[in-house]
Ligand binder design. Structure first.
Ligand SMILES: [Zn+2]
Length: 285
């Protein structure tokens, strides 16, 4: 079975430190012979990405080396493409409170025409940076809605990976609330499904390490990932591929610890039949 190493938020932060994290991660992926699929923010903080800026200078050689870059929102506001799936409320209630407080404003921004405009701008900035159209979209904070899928359909953007199979696991790692102790119940199984005419949603395994973790929790993290991935693998149809997700900044902040976790996890995955790592673009070709 093939697996995709997804990594979010590239291009989303300014300064040397995030660039250093990204370069270090690319070096590690190269050493592991894993091509990454990076979800790139086209208009971070409201400023369109500079096609000749430091991020693109770091991204270009990685892309030439086989790493994939796809579209991650527009400005990366968590509500810009919809409200996250309900389960995220358990560990991030603030997002939902923000939406409720300004419901009228956000509902106005979540109409098909408003979302179409947002997609058009993101695609245009992406094309300027990469010289081709994006193939896959991931909503920031997995904030997605039916109208966003409809707007994608209008733009001929055929794939989204914006729904997660294991929200309770992340909730447990981030909050340690005993009521979220596994076994948990995901909102989605791993099966890709048609979210709008011509748009396929490919659910992902959520990033349990997004908030970092203590070194003494390495084995706990490994066990949680294994349980979740085993369930995910069991749900995937014959011939399908899996989508792992991560965040470059979370990896960068605890590089040695997080890569040690991933190395042990990927070795275990190989034993479960994951024989090849590929990019989303290559897997969907
Ligand atoms: Zn993100």
């Amino acid at each position: 079975m093939k697996f995709v190493f997804g990594c979010d938020d590239v291009g989303g932060a300014r300064g040397e430190r995030p660039l250093g994290w990204f370069r270090k991660l690319v070096d590690w992926l190269d050493a592991m012979h894993i091509p990454g699929t990076f979800f790139w923010v086209p208009k971070p903080g409201g400023r369109p990405a500079d096609p000749d800026g430091p991020w693109m200078q770091a991204i270009r050689p990685a892309r030439e080396h086989g790493h994939d870059f796809q579209l991650h929102g527009l400005t990366h506001h968590c509500l810009e493409f919809g409200v996250p799936q309900e389960s995220i409320r358990r560990h991030n209630p603030r997002l939902f409170e923000d939406y409720e407080r300004e419901k009228e404003k956000w509902d106005g921004e979540h109409t098909v025409p408003a979302l179409e405009k947002r997609f058009a701008e993101g695609i245009q900035i992406y094309e300027r940076a990469f010289g081709e159209r994006p193939l896959i979209f991931r909503a920031p904070c997995l904030g997605m809605c039916a109208n966003a899928y409809a707007a994608m359909s209008q733009h001929g953007l055929a794939f989204s990976s914006s729904r997660s199979v294991n929200p309770d696991a992340t909730g447990y790692v981030l909050t340690r609330k005993p009521e979220l102790v596994p076994p948990w119940h995901g909102d989605y199984d791993g099966m890709p499904y048609e979210a709008a005419p011509g748009v396929t949603e490919i659910p992902l395994v959520e990033d349990l390490a997004i908030g970092g973790f203590a070194s003494e929790d390495l084995n706990l993290m490994l066990d949680l990932f294994k349980t979740e991935l085993r369930r995910y693998l069991d749900g995937l149809p014959e011939g399908a591929f899996g989508v792992f997700s991560s965040h470059y900044q979370a990896i960068g902040k605890q590089f040695d610890l997080t890569t040690r976790l991933y190395e042990r996890l990927f070795e275990w995955l190989a034993g479960q039949g994951v024989s090849e790592w590929t990019t989303l673009r290559a897997a969907l070709r």
